[in-house]
Design a protein around this ligand. Structure first.
Ligand code: DON
Length: 250
């Protein structure tokens, strides 16, 4: 009931005025995936539950990884920082300005919007660039392209990209398994270990027993990685199931 009222709140209205996505809402695969988010042992706080259909376009930072048939590669992460940036459009030019100033330490001792505590080295100064967590990455092996990877997600970008690379290099996963694998994140402050659903409850209990303040709330999503791994003559393209991206080959 909770899940489908959330959907009703977003998608339903007079069909003479709005396009109601009836077939998507009644798609058995969608209904199944929606029911999989139910935790039989715990109520899901409604505040953590959103309408469930994939959005056409996100409001957030975007990453794309591309490799062409010659092996040329690009990894691009671009952002306005928050949705709609600073909310101001450049007069006459039609694009929004970012609010990346929040990536600076604007007030030592106070967290920025991602909860990051930062120091003097990242203080605001004329001509200086703020620290960025954006980590568009191209890896070479023996001088040849091996992997292209990156993600949106603020500070979670750094730990997500690291884990996906480790999953491929050290754990021998293919690109999609490496991207899909449940992730964890710690950024010093707040002193909290975020752990995605999918990590076993036993592991979460062991982490808590060792003193970690574990947040593994339902719906917690740690970044959305887009990766390409060169596998012999093949390219493995992996788009993160946590988001609405796609892997495509031409
Ligand atoms: O450069 C940074 O670290 C931030 N401005 C990135 C913002 C971001 O990823 C927001 N999105 N999901």
């Amino acid at each position: 009931m909770r899940r489908f009222f959330a959907d009703r709140s977003e998608y339903l209205g007079d069909p003479d005025f709005v396009k109601v996505p009836v077939s998507k809402l009644l798609d058995p695969a969608y209904i199944r995936s929606r029911s999989h988010s139910i935790d039989p042992d715990h109520a899901t706080p409604s505040a953590t539950l959103k309408p469930g259909l994939a959005a056409g376009e996100g409001s957030e930072t975007t990453h794309f990884s591309v490799v062409d048939s010659q092996g040329n590669a690009v990894a691009v992460t671009y952002t306005l920082n928050e949705g709609y940036g600073n909310g101001i459009t450049a007069p006459g030019l039609g694009f929004l300005l970012n609010d990346e100033m929040d990536d600076f330490t604007s007030k030592p001792g106070s967290p920025n919007m991602f909860g990051l505590m930062q120091g003097k080295a990242n203080a605001i100064q004329p001509g200086k660039r703020p620290l960025s967590a954006m980590t568009p990455t191209i890896l070479l092996r023996d001088g040849k392209l091996f992997m292209v990877v990156g993600s949106p997600g603020g500070p979670r970008i750094i730990t997500a990209v690291l884990q996906v690379i480790l999953n491929v290099l050290d754990f021998g996963m293919n690109a999609q398994d490496a991207v899909d694998f449940p992730r964890f994140h710690h950024q010093w402050m707040p002193d909290k270990l975020s752990v995605e659903r999918g990590v076993s409850p036993d592991t979460v209990a062991l982490l808590r027993a060792r003193g970690h303040d574990v947040d593994n709330a339902l719906g917690l999503v740690l970044a959305r990685v887009e990766a390409i791994v060169v596998d012999g003559g093949w390219l493995q393209g992996a788009s993160d199931g946590r988001g609405s991206g796609k892997a495509a080959g031409y």
